[in-house]
Design a protein around this ligand. Structure first.
Ligand SMILES: C[S@@+](CC[C@H](N)C(=O)[O-])C[C@H]1O[C@@H](n2cnc3c(N)ncnc32)[C@H](O)[C@@H]1O
Length: 307
């Protein structure tokens, strides 16, 4: 599966120590200390997407999940809630297909880019800056989606439970929540401290080279991502560093949290072609959850069943 998502991608190892040394601007000894300090402070960080909002679309060009979500959204008559919408990689195709979309993201910068793109194309969607763990919508949505494995950026069981409860509260009875994240068994093989190239992407006047390395993974992964801009002459123009943090989520843990939040599991796919999840092979988990119908309805169903 070709992916350019920020927390994805394998490719070839490059010189880790040299890269860190250059980026942190110090000697090999100094840089190790600086990295250790950064690593220590990661436990409660929010990824600073504002700092990459204007360049995000240059290097995040994945489209493998769009047909899947278009199909799911088309089943729904009514408003759809997209969580962690970012700059609208998925939102735009959904709105273009006629989906009545509300886009939520925690980064004002990412949403500014999304709003600009909607305006430029003459499209309409409600855009709201909010934390997924603290949503405040009436229970009106028939479908909520949290795509691109971004649930992993909600770190810690407490926050994950809050997010599930918050999404549950936005859904109409019987409404669905599609939540995606990487299969730890597969994705963890890339968490080895080795610097990997994500890709080389054309810019207006040169190339953006994105690379990164990851450490930890039990369950929290710390990732340091590098964004280097080269001119058409091949000279380095500028560099940016993006510290990231995300968490692996085990299947049984999520299953338990989702049920406790009042969902039941309709489907668990292991890829965007809807193949069933396989613990040792599937790259992702795509959970299709459903908010239980109201208690009254359940009681009525129960009574009918007993008769
Ligand atoms: C990897 S980007 C994905 C953006 C977009 N969905 C895409 O497919 O390109 C992750 C996005 O999740 C947002 N995000 C992460 N945690 C969040 C939270 N707790 N509440 C709201 N947004 C959050 C970030 O601001 C960022 O825009």
């Amino acid at each position: 599966m070709r992916t350019t998502e920020p927390n994805g991608e394998p490719p070839p190892p490059i010189n880790l120590e040299f890269e860190i040394m250059v980026l942190l601007g110090g000697s090999p000894d100094g840089s190790s200390l600086a990295f250790a300090a950064w690593n220590h402070d990661m436990s409660t960080m929010q990824i600073d997407y504002d700092s990459v909002a204007e360049i995000y679309d240059l290097y995040v060009t994945a489209d493998y999940d769009i047909p899947f979500f278009l199909e799911e959204a088309r089943k729904i008559d009514g408003p759809v809630l997209e969580l962690t919408a970012g700059t609208g990689r998925l939102s735009l195709p959904l709105v273009q297909a006629g989906v009545q979309l509300t886009c939520v993201d925690g980064s004002r910068g990412m949403l500014d880019v999304l709003s600009r793109k909607l305006t430029q194309r003459g499209l309409n969607a409600e855009v709201r800056c909010a934390d997924v763990c603290q949503l405040a919508f009436p229970p009106s949505f028939r479908l909520a989606i949290l795509p691109f494995q971004s649930f992993m950026e909600i770190v810690g069981k407490e926050r994950q439970r809050q997010a599930l409860a918050a999404v549950h509260a936005c859904l109409a009875p019987g409404g669905r929540f599609i939540c995606t994240f990487h299969n730890p068994a597969i994705r963890r093989t890339q968490v080895d401290g080795v610097l990997r190239l994500v890709g080389r992407f054309p810019t207006q006047d040169g190339t953006l080279v994105v690379s990164g390395f990851e450490q930890g993974g039990h369950p929290v992964v710390t990732r340091l991502q590098f964004l280097e801009f080269f001119g058409s002459d091949g000279q380095l123009r500028s560099k940016q560093m993006l510290p990231m943090e995300f968490a692996f989520i085990e299947k049984d843990d999520f299953d338990c949290m989702a049920r406790q939040a009042g969902f039941h599991v309709l489907d668990l796919f292991g890829n965007y072609d809807r193949s069933p999840f396989h613990a040792e092979r599937s790259p992702v988990m795509i959970w299709v959850l459903q908010k239980e119908e109201s208690q009254q309805r359940q009681a009525a169903d129960g009574a009918a069943h007993r008769r």
